[in-house]
Write a protein of this length. Structure first.
Length: 211
């Protein structure tokens, strides 16, 4: 059965229905809806990526245990593909949004983590609410990263990655993949640096994160 406009509806669900950060059970903090965090003049639909509205995706197009093929741009406008992850044994992918206070709040810690990783590992950000149709969106993300001193690569999702991240109900969500894009273990939900570091230590024998 076809899921028409899967990527658009999936991301809309992430933005409109999910809490921005951790669930109450995970963090003990009260949930905050996306609508609470988006400025009054910006609707949730303005944050959703809609450039693929003409496409239809088969329900079985994606194996959610593996990253799909992608062709994206980073925030500097560079073209990137799956080769981005092929050169590293482990890639940590942080899915975040410019509307999300917990995402922004953990960015300095992510910057520090990225700089401490060994040569065979990397951290990549995936900004779920940025589009190239609206350059100011990219400017907002860049400003957040610059303020946090975060210099790791951040990418703008294409239709395939949008469909992939549609499975996540909260941002930030962090996943870990190998060089072939296979997802390793369960995602880390929320701004949980301790869990991210612990997962990396398991995946990178001999490496330890010092907070």
């Amino acid at each position: 059965m076809k899921r028409k406009l899967l990527a658009v509806f999936a991301l809309s669900a992430v933005l409109a229905l999910a809490a921005c950060g951790k669930t109450d059970a995970e963090s003990g903090a009260a949930e905050s809806s996306v609508s609470d965090n988006v400025p009054a003049e910006t609707s949730v639909s303005d944050n959703a990526v809609t450039s693929i509205s003409a496409n239809e995706l088969e329900e079985d197009t994606f194996d959610y245990s593996t990253l799909p093929a992608f062709a994206v741009k980073d925030l500097d406008g560079n073209d990137l593909t799956n080769d981005l992850i092929a050169g590293k044994e482990i890639t940590m992918i942080n899915v975040w949004g410019t509307f999300c206070p917990p995402c922004i709040g953990e960015m300095p810690d992510l910057a520090k983590l990225a700089e401490s990783l060994p040569e065979n590992a990397q951290l990549i950000g995936l900004v779920c609410d940025v589009t190239w149709q609206n350059p100011e969106d990219a400017d907002a993300a860049t400003a957040i990263l610059e303020k946090a001193g975060a210099h790791f690569t951040n990418i703008i999702p294409d239709e395939n990655l949008l469909a992939f991240i549609g499975q996540f109900q909260f941002v930030p969500t962090t996943i870990f993949v190998d060089a072939d894009g296979h997802v390793l273990g369960e995602p880390v939900i929320g701004a949980d640096m301790a869990s991210c570091a612990e997962r990396l230590e398991d995946l990178l024998p001999g490496w330890h994160y010092e907070s």
